[in-house]
Design a protein around this ligand. Structure first.
Ligand code: NDP
Length: 253
């Protein structure tokens, strides 16, 4: 049976690589993002690769719940019965410290990384439950487990981590899998979005080799292609040159 895979944030980085990886396997893909030109380019490249019609571009801002509900109540038959949801769209904005970020940046991170995941899951999960078949793959972050990076961003990814594990409990007894993929540093547009400056973004990866979007897509695909009676609950990955660091102490003497 043909897989129907929804990938959010398919205009760039990990999401784009996931969309291509599933297309290569012969899946039908619903590719979500706000940048229509990139979605069109992805659809054209799928068509050029012999998969014309397999990719359905969906220009959507996931922060808008009504728009998400509308889009998913109106999918063509070819892409209606979703079997895999990759909740990948997300972002960090501004300085790491909550003492320096702005409330607007916090809102955007919460609205995208938490509410966006809820909006899309809410639109797609009921169909999976009804058909007793599906796989929700959420892209979390090591920032959800370790307080080493951006504070508010890490908080949103702690939500994704906990939501994924709790959803497993909610779905117990059904054949709907839930996986949280929690990466460290990956070379994508993530740091450009976070810092708004190509030079600073490049500096974030200076002197070590980050993981690639394609490598992450391979992990996402691996979690899915395991036998359907197995569930990867969470999987954490880092480049070899990245590791969790020790607790910090401020000495007053
Ligand atoms: P990119 O910036 O390359 O991609 C982010 C994607 O999210 C884009 O396709 C963007 O599309 C989409 N997006 C952002 N906001 C919205 C929105 N409101 N509605 C719809 N789509 C949106 O970054 P990555 O590929 O690295 O990020 C993918 C995921 O991986 C994120 O959840 C990120 O938090 C996570 N992650 C990344 C790490 C890294 O080091 N890169 C490490 C750990 C986790 P568009 O702008 O077109 O809407």
């Amino acid at each position: 049976m043909t897989e129907v895979v929804v990938v959010s944030g398919a205009t760039s980085g990990i999401g784009e690589a996931c969309a291509r990886r599933f297309l290569d396997e012969g899946a039908r893909v619903v590719a979500i993002g706000r940048r229509a030109d990139r979605l069109e380019a992805l659809a054209a490249s799928a068509a050029a690769g012999g998969a014309a019609g397999a990719l359905l571009p969906l220009e959507l801002d996931l922060r808008d719940r009504a728009a998400v509900e509308r889009a998913f109540s109106d999918l063509p038959d070819s892409h209606r019965e979703v079997t895999v949801l990759v909740n990948n769209a997300g972002l960090a904005l501004g300085p790491a410290s909550a003492l320096q970020g702005t409330p607007e940046q916090w809102d955007t991170m919460v609205d995208t990384n938490i509410k966006g995941v809820l909006h899309l899951t809410g639109a797609i999960l009921p169909g999976m439950v009804e058909r007793d078949r599906g796989h929700v793959i959420n892209i979390g972050s090591i920032g959800g487990s370790y307080a080493g990076g951006s504070t508010v961003y890490g908080g949103t990814k702690a939500f994704v981590h906990h939501f994924s594990l709790a959803l497993r409990r909610d779905l117990l007894g059904r054949r709907v899998r839930v996986t949280c993929v929690e990466p460290g540093s990956v070379a994508t547009e993530f740091n450009l979005v976070r810092l708004g400056d190509a030079g600073k973004a490049a500096e974030a990866h200076r002197g070590y080799r980050p993981m690639s979007a394609d490598e992450l897509a391979e992990i996402v695909h691996y979690c899915h292609r395991l036998p359907a009676h197995m569930n990867v609950n969470r999987i954490e990955l880092m480049p070899i040159m990245q590791a969790p660091s020790a607790f910090a102490i401020a000495r007053e003497d």
